[in-house]
Design a protein around this ligand. Structure first.
Ligand SMILES: *[C@@H]1O[C@H](CO)[C@@H](O)[C@H](O)[C@H]1NC(C)=O
Ligand SMILES: *[C@@H]1O[C@H](CO)[C@@H](O)[C@H](O)[C@H]1NC(C)=O
Ligand SMILES: *[C@@H]1O[C@H](CO)[C@@H](O)[C@H](O)[C@H]1NC(C)=O
Ligand SMILES: *[C@@H]1O[C@H](CO)[C@@H](O)[C@H](O)[C@H]1NC(C)=O
Ligand SMILES: *[C@@H]1O[C@H](CO)[C@@H](O)[C@H](O)[C@H]1NC(C)=O
Length: 584
């Protein structure tokens, strides 16, 4: 009897697995889109077709807040410290570095082709992917491709694209986000003409600034299509507490920034208006693609994923337009997913990162998981219930580049053929930890300055609890009655694990510190009996500010696992009776 049921169940399972159709995946990847300056709220068609029909992930993060390293993070599912693509151009990043690191042969589109998918991509793939090196070698893994190429990638009205390996074609006079939207539409049509599941990426440049090279790098507002010029005339960047603040926070170069004058602030408001207008072309293309899928009866078998490479700041912390920082403006970004089984009109609060997208997509394709540093993003309510993730690893190497016509941070540094204005040393490691009882950002800079922001009371990240100025807030800070310095020893050890983690250690870092598995969160780690263990951990530090990932300059590399013997580490045997009896 039992055997019969089992056999029936097995046969049903096998049958349904075989019969299950691999879904199509449409991925829309914008460039530098913010969460904190209301860009999503100004995309009505995205709201209608994706947010209202799918799930908005309200705690989604990029792990390295700049285009190329972040895109490598997305398309490989590996942390930047494992890809070692940490910049937009050589020697530490860009297409030549990507090829040299073997990523061109071992990333998501290749994995998906191996899983039986037809794959297509149009728009910006990498940086330093140029009219000269595009076929040395050609980007692998796509059945159809049409890539924007440098130095014309960010020219809104003079794009150059290579199609399937052919010499670049100029689109002078045409609006780049419309050009790539048209190509994306045609790729979806082509994909639908074959009877295989497909993966199509549209990666328009909006709302990135317009960048031209005339001996010197020149940054300006993004251009928008004439049909959108009348929009958002009254829009202003939200005047949050951290917008051009009277009292500046931050460390290193950020702490030294002067307050912006009215001329610059006016320019910044207009800059964001231009970004919102440029996004309207993307908004329209979202609708066109959804309608196409609907007309072909494929909408219900297609996952649509909408996100961006990194966030953006304009005016917050007195900064010129740009990214590269660990502040929420730069790392906390939009992610919307709609598709079969994905909750409709839902706002998810699970903590997710770009590192997780490749695992998510490979999982949807029904392929065995590749060797990533991520974990599939839960796409159902049940999955969300089970999700335990509370941290995001954030890392950065190099300099911060101020954009916009007033953008200057300090001295000009010569790099190759161009003068790149820099924001001085911007190498740091950080971790965002968001749990039921805490909402923290901890960072250690290459200058060995540290930051801790308690976002429950300081959403704008202005009051660094390490600073002498905030000594009284520091005294008042606690989690489960554990004081500031005890929390810091845990966060530092967590960061020590995350800064070199690979694979499971990146998603389950506490297992490295507590191999017996009885600590799985910051809360667990705060138990007083671990105090001396955490005090004795090596600390995250740097000996030098480098422009790339130079291990020798990054201090101790490994955390020490908890080695107490026997039952002492058994949670059931733990009966603490002191002032922190909350633990028992
Ligand atoms: C797409 O490329 C893969 C890998 O080269 C190949 O197996 C597949 O047949 C191609 N699909 C089409 C429609 O040409
Ligand atoms: C547009 O791009 C082409 C190369 O594709 C270049 O030759 C031309 O000078 C550019 N035009 C402008 C106005 O920048
Ligand atoms: C405002 O600041 C900008 C950039 O620093 C500067 O170029 C400009 O002259 C200033 N304008 C006024 C009115 O002070
Ligand atoms: C950046 O860091 C390097 C090495 O630590 C140091 O020599 C240099 O002075 C720093 N630059 C700035 C602008 O602070
Ligand atoms: C990362 O790449 C740079 C440039 O090729 C190299 O100098 C550095 O040693 C690499 N770092 C690691 C940890 O492999």
């Amino acid at each position: 009897m039992h055997l019969k049921i089992l056999l029936a169940a097995l046969s049903w399972l096998c049958h349904s697995t075989l019969a299950a159709k691999q879904p199509n995946i449409l991925f829309i990847l914008t460039d530098d889109q913010d969460w904190h300056m209301q860009s999503l709220q100004h995309m009505p068609l995205l709201q209608k077709h994706l947010v209202n029909e799918g799930t908005l992930y309200s705690r989604h993060y990029c792990t390295v807040a700049i285009c190329c390293p972040s895109r490598v993070n997305i398309w490989t599912g590996r942390a930047a410290h494992n890809t070692n693509v940490t910049d937009v151009h050589p020697p530490y990043g860009g297409y030549p570095k990507i090829v040299r690191e073997g990523i061109n042969d071992d990333y998501l589109p290749v994995w998906l082709q191996n899983a039986g998918y037809n794959t297509y991509y149009t728009g910006k793939l990498w940086n330093a992917h140029t009219v000269e090196n595009y076929d040395a070698p050609y980007a692998r893994g796509f059945n159809g491709s049409d890539f924007l190429l440098d130095p014309f990638t960010y020219r809104y009205y003079n794009a150059s694209l290579t199609r399937n390996g052919a010499p670049p074609v100029s689109y002078e006079g045409q609006y780049s986000p419309d050009v790539t939207a048209g190509k994306a539409y045609a790729f979806v049509e082509e994909a639908l003409s074959h009877d295989k599941p497909w993966f199509v990426v549209h990666a328009p440049i909006a709302p990135h600034g317009d960048v031209s090279f005339d001996k010197k790098l020149k940054f300006d507002k993004p251009y928008y299509a004439e049909r959108h010029a009348h929009l958002f005339k009254d829009y202003q960047i939200p005047r949050e507490e951290n917008f051009n603040p009277e009292h500046q926070g931050g460390v290193s170069w950020v702490a030294k920034l002067p307050r912006l004058n009215d001329t610059v602030v006016d320019y910044q408001d207009e800059y964001q208006r231009a970004r919102l207008r440029s996004l309207q072309a993307v908004d329209e293309s979202v609708e066109a693609l959804v309608k196409l899928l609907e007309a072909r009866g494929e909408l219900e078998n297609t996952y649509i994923i909408y996100t961006t490479d990194n966030g953006y700041h304009i005016g917050q912390h007195r900064m010129h337009p740009g990214k590269e920082c660990g502040f929420e403006t730069d790392v906390h970004i939009p992610l919307v997913i709609r598709g079969p089984g994905v909750p409709v009109g839902h706002i998810s609060e699970v903590v997710t990162a770009h590192t997780d997208l490749a695992s998510t997509i490979v999982g949807l394709a029904g392929s065995t998981l590749q060797n990533t540093d991520g974990i599939p993003i839960p796409l159902t309510y049940e999955g969300e219930e089970k999700s335990k993730t509370e941290h995001v690893t954030i890392e950065y190497w190099g300099v911060a580049i101020p954009e916009g016509k007033y953008g200057r941070y300090g001295d000009l540094v010569e790099t190759g053929d161009y003068d790149i204005p820099t924001g001085a040393n911007n190498t740091y490691k950080a971790v965002r930890v968001i749990g039921g009882e805490y909402n923290l950002y901890y960072a250690v800079w290459c200058t060995n300055e540290a930051e801790l922001y308690d976002l429950t009371t300081d959403a704008g990240e202005l009051r660094n609890l390490f600073s002498a100025e905030y000594a009284s807030q520091r005294e008042g800070f606690s989690i489960r009655n554990r004081p500031f310095h005890e929390v810091i020893t845990r966060l530092d050890a967590l960061m020590m694990v995350l800064k070199t983690c690979k694979g499971r250690a990146c998603t389950h870092p506490w297992e490295i510190l507590h191999p017996k598995g009885n600590v799985a969160s910051l809360t667990d780690s705060l138990q007083p009996r671990y105090d001396s263990f955490y005090v004795d951990q090596p600390k995250v530090s740097f000996t030098k500010c480098e422009l790339g990932y130079i291990k020798e300059s990054e201090g101790p590399l490994d955390a020490i696992p908890y080695a107490q013997e026997g039952a002492a580490d058994d949670p059931l045997s733990f009966r603490y009776q002191g002032p922190f009896s909350i633990w028992t």
